[in-house]
Each structure stands twice: as structure tokens, then as C-alpha cells.
Write a protein that binds this ligand. Structure first.
Ligand SMILES: Nc1ncnc2c1ncn2[C@@H]1O[C@H](COP(=O)(O)OP(=O)(O)OP(=O)(O)O)[C@@H](O)[C@H]1O
Length: 223
């Protein structure tokens, strides 16, 4: 792959609005963001300020109504869903609150499946990833057999399975205790040191404190 100079994740002037009946919500109103390799950006903001909408657009899971998203120099926005999916599989690890685990596969097989989607690259074996997030002993469990905190950690392991260029995480430490949060933060900073650009939506002071930059959204704009 050609060396990428400049930001590995770049968003320009993102707009997104939703209409439900007569009601219009302007969820994003001209948001831009550049994240470099190895950089960790924390996004905070009150409920309804647009954090999840922003992550969905950055992940190519949602199309902005205006603006562009580029990942590793490739345009992600305004192209077919199939193409977005291929770019996401190659470059982006996603951990959202809705979960990224398939219910009928064990935790270990969830990681193995994601790893089979893209050609081999420098990545960590499933068991080692699970050991790192502290749930190595639950590798053979089905997602439905995990506690909330264990499921969050399994989700992070899946998101990191392909050593992504970009990690997008929505409240990755929302349901874990302080000791587990420290462990997950150590893993995130290790991945960042290895070159991953990390964007994390969080209400946690510890997570925001560990980030290189903290950005605050309010009513769909940077505050
Ligand atoms: N699919 C949708 N249809 C209609 N409105 C939506 C949709 N998704 C988001 N919204 C609205 O857009 C605004 C931003 O929502 P978003 O989920 O991005 O906020 P958030 O900052 O992530 O909130 P929270 O911290 O509560 O998760 C909210 O007013 C929300 O109701």
C-alpha cells in the first residue's frame, strides 16, 4: 500500500438531518475532523448532540447529506454501500453500543470471522486479543452468555481484530469497572502507538484524559 501522508481519517463539512413526520433534526451541521496515524481523539457532548451520528458517518454506516469522509486517502462517503463495506473491512474497526458480535458464534469465532474478511496482515491471534482485553477464559462463550462488561470487551477485541488504520468506538468503557477501564485504555494506547487513528465517543474522564485531543459537540457543531 502506498504510504499515506496527512490524516488517515478526514471529514469535511459533514451535514446530516433526519425528518420524522413534521419534525426535522439537524444532527450534524458542518462538522470537520482530521485524525492522524497514532492520534487519539475523544468526542464528548450532551445526549442528542450528534456523537453517534458522527461516528456512523465516519464509519460509512450512514451517508452524510453533505460533506465528505476520506479514510487512508479513499473517499468513503457518497458511494455504494457495498464499496463502503469493503473499505470499512480493510481499514476501520468499529465498536458501537449496538454491538458488533454475531450471536450464534463464540467470541473466538467472531474474531476469526472478521479476520477472514481481509487478506492477512499484521494482526493479533484471537486468543491473545481476548487475553489482552481480560476475557481470555470466555473465548468459547456465546455473546448471549457474557455480562455487559464482558460483551463490551469482546466487542473491542473484534474491532481491533484486523489491526485497523482507524478505530471508531462509542463508549468502549461504558460498562466496565475502573480497573478494566485502565486495561482497555492501555490497549487503546498501544494500538495508537502502533499507528491506529482512534476516535472515541466517551463520557469517561479517564478516557478523555488519555486522549491527545478532546472535542465537544453541541447541537451538531463543535462547541
Ligand atoms: N435515525 C434517526 N431518525 C431520526 N432522528 C435521529 C436519528 N438518529 C439520530 N437522530 C436524532 O439526531 C440527533 C443526534 O443523535 P445522536 O444519536 O447522534 O446523538 P448522541 O450525541 O449520540 O446522543 P447520546 O449521547 O444520547 O447517544 C438527536 O436529536 C436524535 O434524536
Amino acid at each position: 500500500m502506498a504510504a499515506v501522508t496527512g490524516p488517515v481519517l478526514s471529514a469535511r463539512s459533514l451535514y446530516r438531518f433526519f425528518r420524522v413526520g413534521e419534525e426535522e433534526t439537524f444532527a450534524l451541521q458542518g462538522v470537520g475532523l482530521d485524525v492522524r496515524r497514532g492520534e487519539t481523539v475523544a468526542v464528548t457532548g450532551p445526549s442528542g448532540s450528534g456523537k453517534t451520528t458522527l461516528l456512523n458517518c465516519l464509519a460509512g454506516l450512514d451517508e452524510p447529506d453533505g460533506g465528505t469522509v476520506r479514510v487512508v486517502g479513499e473517499r468513503l462517503s457518497h458511494r455504494a454501500e457495498r464499496e463502503r463495506g469493503a473499505i470499512r473491512a480493510r481499514h476501520i474497526g468499529v465498536l458501537f453500543q449496538t454491538g458488533n458480535l454475531l450471536d450464534h458464534l463464540t467470541v473466538r469465532d467472531n474474531i476469526a470471522l472478521v479476520q477472514r474478511l481481509v487478506p492477512a496482515r499484521a494482526r493479533v491471534a484471537p486468543q491473545e486479543l481476548l487475553d489482552r482485553v481480560g476475557i481470555g477464559r470466555r473465548a468459547g462463550a456465546l455473546p448471549g452468555q457474557l455480562s455487559g462488561g464482558e460483551a463490551a470487551r469482546a466487542g473491542l477485541a473484534v474491532a481491533l481484530a484486523n489491526a485497523p488504520d482507524v478505530l471508531l468506538a462509542d463508549e468502549p468503557t461504558g460498562e466496565v469497572d475502573a480497573e478494566t477501564e485502565r486495561r482497555l485504555l492501555a490497549l487503546l494506547s498501544e494500538r495508537a502507538a502502533a499507528g491506529t487513528a482512534v476516535v472515541v465517543v466517551t463520557h469517561s474522564r479517564a478516557v478523555a484524559g488519555a486522549a491527545d485531543r478532546v472535542l465537544r459537540l453541541r447541537d451538531g457543531r463543535w462547541a
